[in-house]
Design a protein around this ligand. Structure first.
Ligand code: DC
Length: 220
């Protein structure tokens, strides 16, 4: 049987990761968190001490590193960095280095090689538009800016980070604006994507809506 590809893109805080993970589990596909690769690269660039504004240095670091994802965990040169890459500082840096075309090229190679080995639910910003333009099903999740900031804020409070809501909102705005306006692979609704506004939907509602669409398209 040929491998299947489902892509789920959208801005930060739409519930993409939770939804993608759940769909992957229910279909028995591998969950491919492409943002984790950008975050892992950002972490490596940060700890190497190079100037993150210099594309050449960032590409050198990323191409010399062994960045991988396995069984839901993210590794840099064999070290499990799954927790470390989740800080908002690394998220911000990831969004900055993601504007470099040659960094993206390196990470796209990794994403495509994973999809050669198994059926995947890929989640990110450009998975349906650039990485897997021929995906079997493409999804774009959205929600209002305030709702996305509210979700991120609740998540951070639950993790014990006592952050201010307005700071989270500003962070989301900054990251969205950079992700949408960069020259290479900006965040766009991919051609042919099913667009779902999750503002007033629960996780279960989003998942069951998408599973229906996916199952229909995969049996076509
Ligand atoms: O989804 P996330 O918050 O883990 O992603 C972190 C950053 O990585 C995001 O702000 C932009 C970048 N990214 C990207 O440019 N392309 C992807 N496919 C995934 C993430």
């Amino acid at each position: 049987m040929t491998n299947r590809i489902i892509t789920i893109d959208g801005p930060a805080g739409t519930g993409k990761s939770t939804v993608a993970k759940e769909i992957a589990t229910r279909l028995g596909f591998v969950y491919l968190d492409t943002g984790a690769l950008y975050r892992a690269s950002a972490l490596k660039i940060y700890s190497s001490g190079v100037d993150p504004e210099q594309e050449k240095d960032c590409v050198r670091i990323v191409s010399a590193s062994n960045i991988s994802i396995s069984e839901g965990k993210t590794f840099v040169d064999g070290k499990d960095v799954s927790e470390e890459i989740r800080s908002s500082h690394i998220g911000e840096l990831a969004s900055r280095i993601a504007t470099f075309p040659r960094v993206r090229e390196e990470l796209i190679k990794i994403q495509r090689s994973i999809a050669l080995l198994s059926s995947v639910v890929a989640e990110g910003r450009d998975t349906g538009s650039v990485v897997f333009p021929d995906a079997d099903v493409k999804v774009f999740l959205d929600a209002t800016e305030t709702e996305r900031a509210r979700r991120r804020h609740t998540e951070l409070l639950a993790k014990g980070y006592n952050v201010d809501f307005n700071e989270v909102l500003a962070d989301i705005r900054r990251r969205d604006s950079r992700d949408k306006t960069r020259d290479v692979s900006p965040l766009v609704v991919p051609t042919g994507a099913v667009v779902v506004d999750t503002t007033h939907l629960t996780l279960e509602q989003v998942v069951s809506k998408l599973l229906k669409v996916i199952k229909m398209r995969l049996t076509d």
